[in-house]
Design a protein around this ligand. Structure first.
Ligand SMILES: *Cc1c(COP(=O)(O)O)cnc(C)c1O
Length: 375
């Protein structure tokens, strides 16, 4: 059996090597390394795929979030409601811009932001909500958008883990996550569902004026070269990454399907194990399984993790320390009594290997190691 990895980007690359290598060489040959038609093509293809009006590529997913928040013209001290149960980038950029992260709880079943908790956290200073489609499953966008409309707030979707995920509204309309909020952000970090071979990110919006601002901010605040209308930053997707992503975007649906098939194998194997809760799926969202995450009930996680590691089965805790407990946010007033689900999940989640190249033999080995663990 091939060695098991959390994410097997190498095996995936080998299947598209000829095409990818040719695309990289063609960029080298063109000598256009920044911007140019390769980046333009990728940006257009991605825009069409996501079903957004505008797509602005940038250097990484963290920058995408930062540029999004800069474009909304928020003032220092303005409050941004976000889950605490997420990757640090989501909340870090809020603090970086001198805005105030307001951590709210997640639903313990979906792992995504709880609309009722959002409602309770709104104050006159609240300006934006950042739902995260954690592990590849959509946050309840219909409810979030309704709350935002009612209170005149912006919604920035953190879609770094859910590119390709379909969200269905109660009227039957289906949209890709990232195209629903005022702004959507994503990452092309190599292990993400649409991963580059380096860093990359993108920002989506249906608002043309906002798109203009996002583009300017990502480019030193300029529309016309050397005329800087506002303070921006330097955030670009390079042409080599765009060339790779152009190829991988064509495979994205198949990649997500491969993840779903591996997840279905796991779900089926764990269906009757009483100490495991498998990921929740409902009809409102597809699950693109950026992570396959279990909740453990009455089993010591460290001991299980050590057992799996010993058997050559990689495993991870995403994330071992939630945002509200990070030293980085020490100075903030945080009411932990409202974060009970976050604290509860942080102690019980464990993620198993999930990627596009998992083989049946590997899945059998992983699942039997887990099923037999408490026998
Ligand atoms: C990966 C990730 C980011 C940041 O993306 P980078 O490209 O690594 O900067 C932001 N939010 C979430 C939820 C992520 O998983």
């Amino acid at each position: 059996m091939k060695g098991i990895q959390m994410v097997d980007t190498k095996s995936q690359y080998l299947k598209i090597k000829a095409e990818v290598d040719a695309a990289i060489f063609s960029v080298l040959d063109s000598a256009v390394y920044i911007g140019g038609k390769t980046v333009q093509q990728f940006s257009e293809s991605l825009n069409e795929y996501v079903g957004s009006k505008h797509t602005i590529t940038c250097a990484n997913g963290t920058d995408a979030l930062q540029i999004a928040m800069m474009a909304l013209g928020l003032e220092p001290g303005d409050e941004v409601i976000t889950p605490s149960f997420t990757y640090i980038a989501t909340t870090e950029v809020v603090a970086l811009l001198r805005l105030k992260p307001v951590f709210v709880d997640v639903n313990p079943i979906t792992f995504c932001i709880d609309p009722e908790a959002v409602r309770k956290a709104i104050t006159p200073k609240t300006k934006a909500i950042v739902p995260v489609h954690l592990y590849g499953y959509a946050a309840p966008m219909e409810e979030i958008m309704a709350i935002a409309e009612e209170h005149n707030l912006y919604v920035i979707e953190d879609n770094a883990q859910a590119i390709g995920c379909d969200y269905t509204f109660s009227n039957g309309v289906t949209k890709k996550t990232g195209s629903i909020g005022h702004i959507g952000c994503t990452s092309f970090y190599p292990s993400k569902n649409l991963g580059a071979y380096g860093d990359g990110g993108a920002i989506f919006t249906n608002d043309t004026a906002l798109a203009e601002r996002l583009k300017m901010i990502a480019n030193h605040g300029q529309k016309v070269r050397y005329l800087h209308e506002m303070v921006g930053c330097n955030s670009r997707l390079d042409a080599i990454q765009a060339a790779i992503l152009n190829i991988k975007l064509k495979h994205l649906d198949a990649y997500n399907q491969a993840r779903q098939e591996a997840a279905a194998y796991y779900n089926n194997a764990f269906a009757n194990i009483e100490w495991i809760t498998t990921p929740f799926i409902d009809s409102y969202s597809t699950h693109v399984f950026h992570q396959y995450t279990l909740v453990l009930n009455g089993v010591n996680r460290d001991e299980l993790a050590a057992h799996l590691t010993e058997k050559g089965i990689p495993n991870m805790v995403y994330y071992p320390v939630p945002g509200h407990k990070q030293k980085m946010f020490e100075g903030l007033y945080i009411d932990e009594t409202n974060l009970t689900n976050t604290n509860w999940l942080t102690e019980r989640v464990i993620s198993l290997p999930i990627h596009t190249e998992l083989e049946i033999e590997q899945l059998e080995y992983i699942t039997s190691a887990i099923i037999n663990y408490k026998k």
